[in-house]
Design a protein around this ligand. Sequence first.
Ligand code: C2O
Ligand code: CU
Length: 440
Amino acid sequence: MREFAGAYPAEASPTGVTREFALTAAPATLPLLDGRPLAVWAYNAQVPGPVLRVRLGETVRVTFTNRLPQPTTIHWHGVRVPNAMDGVPGVTQPAVQPGETFVYEFTPKDAGTFWFHPHLRSSEQIERGLFGVLVVEDPTPPPYTRDVVWVLDDWLLTPAGEIFPEFNTRHDLAHDGRWGNVVTVNGRLHEQLPVAAGERFRLRLVNVANGRVFRPDFSGLDARVIAVDGMYAAHPLDPAGFELAPGNRLDLDVSVPADRRGQRVLVTDRFTPQPIPLAEIAIGDTVAATPDFASPAHAHVAAWRDTGAIPPRAEYRLDARQGGEYGIQWTINGEAYAHAEHGARPKNVQTLPYGEWTKLRFVNDSYRLHPMHLHGQFFRLLARNGASVDEPFWRDTVLVHAKETVDIGLVPLDRGTWMLHCHILEHAESGMMTLVDVTE
Ligand code: C2O
Ligand code: CU
């Protein structure tokens, strides 16, 4: 715990400024992918939804209206909000019914890249286009030449080019969720970013896909990871090999080499055996002077070494079984939990004492991927399969691979009842969710 002191604040420090936003979720037909109209569900008739930008210390007030044919909510992924603002129906609020309005209000405690999405029937609602990005800027943002958001997603389309209308299929459930047949950045098949040679920009990647993992390759650029899951790293890192699972964010400090004037750099996904082009950086003929400033990646990240002998407070066994409304249920410790069933609590609610160092263990008894996400807290990876791992950054989502055991460490600083679930949305929808209580 001593090592943790000062890593990130227990409380927000509001400046007194409130930023008001209005978000409406509704069906829309938008030019997406290659520009042809696609029938989607969207926030403010945009896919991705709007980027909400605030400064650290500002209060965010979002008046949300549901014009969908289904109930919904908004969850602020990675943001340490007051528990009642977490957007989990049946746990932190009633679902927002069609036609209803709900006001979300919170002051972020951390600067960084966050996102928002429904937390009800999310395997359908997010897949149809409901997601947006919340950027919390530093009080004095570093002088990057630009601040770019790339929302990574995939879409499962029918031969006619419509969103495949069946959700939570047996196939999705038996695999790593719904993987699409087209991959987009910011809703486009061929995202292009024009820059000048010499520029130094900030690139914020967000994986909003239901199940797909990305491993972006930035070769040809000078790119360093500065933040993971919103929080700054202890020092800048090489992005090579980083796996961006559903829910994860990655912030990069990218310098465009001055000697690559007039060239194009393709950023490619290499998670799958067949590389997938993600986006193109088109370097202009002009040369800009590269801003020279220290990397913002110098956060205090607790080291927590040699924790191997400490027993975990809780062990979560991840597996599947036959049954349930989709034919397959994904379970945590043998239990399938659906929070939307009003007032239902899983049998296994773990209590995590406020402010106390806690170790949790995920044991994947299956051969599928499980990006495990904990609401309202950040944690550090301690070990994979018993071998200690020293990641110099915090996370809110960690990818647990086939048959893998992953240990995480955290100091809960946010009271309330929080979700712990797989971020492969079909796994979550069919039961791979549970709750933790952070109490005194
Ligand atoms: Cu982005 Cu409960 O998740
Ligand atoms: Cu999973």
